[in-house]
Design a binder for this molecule. Structure first.
Ligand code: ADP
Ligand code: MG
Length: 917
């Protein structure tokens, strides 16, 4: 069986075929081949091979307990050198190699030889490459997989140890030795980003370890880890190797130092051991570590698993020449000296003997070399030994001794252990990086999310305003259309009426027409008369009712006095009282019932009058009767507002339905001024009731009211319409509608032209309501709302001023909110529009409604530093201090105090003025 040239998978993992060893020729005289007898190696013996198998795994060893691996031994024969060729020309070589059988025959004499089997037999023709591949490469690969490995050369001086291990091969690539080739393989296999290669180069001579990379450092001690038993040399230089060139330089430097050191000590390098240590640290990426496989690690835990580093240490030892300690081959007198000089080598021999013989005691501690190589023989490293021999029969003894050394070494069994550990530092690094990445990513996402929200809200806002605009337009269109239709149908009806009149000639039979177009022939005069009669009748009923009520009240009074009398008499008064109470209750019920009936009758009457009036209006366009109907409508609405029993409310709602809001609103645009006044009064009264407001706006009432402000010259209309608008302006949606329809401009103009305090109060009230809408601030101010408000202070009426103050307070509050939310910067628009002097003047107005609003306005203004300077120069600070001390309302006092304390500008000014509180 031939060795695979690639280095052979069977070489790794200790899967050698059973070796054969022939200690002695079995036949003394004949063909040695036939005398060879195989004998199993003790590797299958009980001492070290606890698993009973040399292993069959094809990958790296995964058993933490280690896998058995015998020390591999190859023998290499050096070619004859020039002088030997001459001197030994007549003599046959002392060895004969049978590489195909992996055997070596050592000639004892001309007829007898001993045959030995080795793991590899390398002839004098073996190339350096081949030697590397069969001896070293498996060890190097093992080191790359996280095991310790040792490659050693043992042999007599001059047999080619250094040639085998240390040739740099600079002139001839093919001559490169094991060290150079090993580093080439290591560098080719590792990743420079994640892995590292550190090298020490040492010399051991006379039990002293010297750093060949730093020769003055010549007393390096060996340190053993008490737990793992690992040996290290902390004192030695460790040079990181990142490329082959630096390694070659390191070797050259080491060799030069070795030469210089030996010259100085007057020794030969052959007496010292050269030790190259290569520490390979690799991170296990992508591969599953031996431990995770073993523990069946959960995949979700993998993330948190520290990366695994494998640390392999390759030790290449160029041993001192073996000749000095070999008794049989050394000159007697030098023996003792040689022993003392090279205690280490003899100790190595002893250890190997002890290990080979399964001796209980292995004298590892006897020398530095054996301590250093503790792991290489009988330890946990994969070890390859190349024994070098020369062909010369003159050194037969040396050669024989070398061969015996090799044979014994082959019996040494190692337990390979994977040097794998978790790299927590790099895990932490990795997690840190990951965390930072996640943080950054999260920040990005949050930003994107916020942007998206903003985008959506802007989009929503534009959509809402679009819809609103469209709705308004559609509403307006619709309204105009209906108005037009209405006018047209009236025109048609009038035409028809004229035609009818002509047709009937002088006959005075009027024809009435209902709004829906169905003809109704009736005598309007008689209908009017009957309506009037009915009103009279109802009035009578009402009078009777009031008389009844009065009488009942009288009775109650007298009963009460009777009751008192009864109480005094203490006799049978109780039953009387009960009776009387019952009567009283009946009376009240009766009264209620009657009132309900009255309301219903009123409604009916109103409808009848309305219809009659409308018909008449169409006929004679007089209008005066319409106002009469509306008057009753108004009184009805007023009645609804003053009393509030359910029956009445229901009846008014019914009336509302029966008469039709649309009809009432249409009268706002009637040509007749009286009709308009009455209509606007009705609408204003309805608008005072919150439940009606929505319907009014929906039916276009707001628009009509605003139109009245614009088109009418009548102060009453202005006052009433403004009042209605003020009522409608309590609702936020309506506020927007008012603004959208130019309400501020109309109210401003109305205010400018009005003298009546009540008109001004209404207008100011409407604007004050609008001032309380956050969204409308800018528009309101832009359209002169604040100026209009301030314009109204010319009227000194307290009611007007209270509304102005309310408007200012509302506006200041909204501004303060906007500033706090960061939607507004700079000083208050109230200050910009010159409101401050009036505010300061009226901060202590004796009318409490004015004072309260102004106090609040001051507190709101003071909450923003941008206003502070103006407020100080305008005297507002004094007012605030006063409010904070004297205001009768505790909440306002506290607010003022807090506001003053919070403002650095006010604080500074107060310190300056020595105001303290
Ligand atoms: P040692 O290991 O005892 O120091 P060296 O490596 O110095 O021996 O070799 C001694 C001499 O023999 C050197 O001149 C070297 O070039 C030569 N030599 C050794 N081995 C071989 C070989 N396999 N082929 C050719 N020359 C060799
Ligand atoms: Mg040498």
């Amino acid at each position: 069986m031939r060795m695979a040239t690639s280095g052979g998978a069977n070489y790794r993992n200790g899967t050698y075929r059973s070796s054969l060893k022939v200690d002695k020729p079995l036949s003394l005289n004949s063909n040695p081949k036939s005398s060879v007898k195989s004998k199993p190696l003790p590797s299958s013996g009980p001492r070290r091979n606890s698993t009973g198998s040399l292993g069959t795994a094809t990958g790296a060893a995964k058993d933490d307990a280690g896998v058995p691996g015998r020390v591999r031994v190859a023998v290499r024969l050096r070619p004859r050198i020039a002088e030997e060729s001459v001197g030994d020309a007549d003599f046959a070589d002392c060895v004969e190699l049978q590489p195909e059988l992996k055997r070596l025959k050592l000639r004892k004499n001309n007829w007898d030889s001993d045959t030995y089997e080795f793991d590899e037999v390398l002839t004098e023709f073996a190339s350096q490459k081949r030697v590397y591949e069969v001896v070293a490469k498996p060890v190097v690969e093992s080191v790359l997989d996280g095991y310790n490995g040792t490659i050693m050369a043992y042999g007599q001086t001059g047999t080619g140890k250094t040639y085998t291990l240390g040739r740099l091969g600079e002139e001839d690539t093919a001559a490169r030795g094991i060290m150079v080739r090993a580093m080439e393989d290591i560098l080719a296999d590792i990743s420079l980003e994640t892995d590292s290669v550190l090298v020490s180069y040492l010399q051991l001579y006379m039990e002293t370890i010297q750093d060949l990379l730093d020769p003055p450092n010549d007393n390096i001690s060996i340190v053993e880890d008490p737990k793992t038993g690992d040996v290290s040399l902390p004192g030695a230089s460790l040079v990181e190797i990142r490329n082959q060139q630096s390694f070659l330089e390191l070797l050259r430097l080491g060799e030069a130092h070795r030469f210089a050191a030996n010259t100085k000590l007057n020794t030969e390098s052959s007496r010292s051991h050269a030790i190259l240590m290569v520490h390979v640290k690799r991170s296990v990426k992508g591969r599953q570590s031996a431990l995770s496989t073993e523990n069946g690690a959960n995949s979700h835990l993998k993330m948190l698993k520290p990366p695994i580093v494998r640390k392999g240490k390759l030790v290449v030892v160029d041993l001192a020449g073996s000749e000095r300690i070999d008794k049989s081959g050394s000159e007697g007198h030098a023996l003792e000296e040689a022993k003392s000089i090279n205690l280490s080598l003899s100790a190595l021999g002893k250890c190997i003997n002890a290990l080979a013989e399964n001796s209980a005691h292995v004298p590892v501690r006897d020398s530095k070399l054996t301590r250093l190589l503790k792991d290489s023989f009988g330890g946990t490293a994969r070890t390859s030994l190349v024994i070098t021999i020369g062909p010369s029969p003159r050194h037969r003894g040396e050669t024989a001794s070398t061969i015996m050394f090799g044979q014994r070494a082959m019996k040494v069994e190692n337990m390979l252990k994977l040097k794998e550990e978790f790299d927590y530092k790099s895990l932490s690094r990795r997690l840190d990086i990951q965390l930072d990445k996640l943080i950054a990513e999260h920040e990005r996402q949050q930003k994107a999310f916020e942007d998206e929200i903003e985008r959506i809200s802007i989009e929503a806002q534009t959509r809402i305003s679009d819809v609103e605009r469209n709705y308004e337009e559609a509403l307006e269109k619709e309204r105009l259309k209906y108005q037009k239709d209405y006018m047209e149908s009236i025109k048609k009806l009038e035409e028809q009426l004229v035609k009818n009149q002509q047709k009937h000639g002088n006959e005075k039979v009027p024809v009435g027409l209902k709004g829906d177009g169905s003809a109704l022939t009736s005598n309007t005069e008689s209908s009017k008369v009957s309506a009037v009669e009915e009103v009279a009748e109802l009035k009578k009923v009402l009078q009777k009712e009031s008389l009844l009520r009065k009488a009942a009240e009288e009775e109650v009074k007298s009963l009460k006095s009777q009751l008192a009398h009864c109480k005094r008499s203490e006799a049978s008064g109780n039953s009387d009282i009960l009776k009387l109470r019952k009567m009283l209750e009946d009376e009240a019920r009766q009264k209620e019932k009657l009132e309900g009936e009255i309301a219903i009758l009123h409604g009916q009457l109103l409808q009848l009058s309305f219809e009659a009036d409308e018909t008449r209006r169409r006929l004679d366009r007089g209008g005066s009767e319409v106002s009469g109907a509306l008057d009753s409508l108004i009184s009805q609405v007023k009645l609804q507002q003053h009393d509030s029993t359910n029956g009445e409310k229901a009846s008014v709602a019914k009336l509302f339905e029966q008469v039709g809001l649309q009809k009432i609103l249409s009268l706002l645009e009637a040509e007749d001024a009286d009709v308009r006044i009455h209509a606007v009064k009705v609408v204003a009264n309805l608008a005072a009731e919150e439940t009606n407001q929505g319907k009014i706006v929906e039916a276009g009432g707001l628009t009509s009211l605003l139109m009245l402000l614009r088109s009418s010259e009548d102060e009453t209309i202005h006052r009433v319409a403004a009042g209605a608008i003020a009522n409608l302006a309590m609702n936020e949606t309506n506020q927007e509608l008012i603004m959208a329809q130019g309400g501020i401009g109309l109210l401003s103009t109305t205010a400018a032209n009005a003298d009546d305090p009540q008109t001004l109060r209404m207008v100011a009230g409407a604007i004050a309501n609008l001032c309380g809408n956050d969204k409308l601030q800018m528009k309101l101010r832009g359209e002169g709302g604040i100026k209009a408000l301030l314009g109204m202070i010319r009227c000194r009426h307290a009611d007007v001023l209270a509304q102005v103050a309310r408007g200012i307070a509302n506006f200041a509050k909204c501004e303060s909110r906007a500033s706090t939310q960061g939607n507004k910067t700079g000083r208050s628009l109230l200050i910009e529009d010159g409101a401050l002097p009036w505010i300061v003047q009226n901060a202590n107005n004796e009318a409490s409604p004015i004072r309260r609003h102004i106090e609040l306005a001051l507190c709101h203004l003071a909450q923003h530093e941008a206003n502070a300077k103006d407020m100080i120069s305008g005297g507002a600070l004094w007012e605030l201090v006063r409010i904070s001390r004297d205001c009768s309302r505790e909440d306002i006092r506290t607010l003022a105090r807090r506001t003053l304390t919070a403002s650095p500008t006010f604080q500074a000014e107060m310190r300056r003025l020595r105001i303290d509180y």
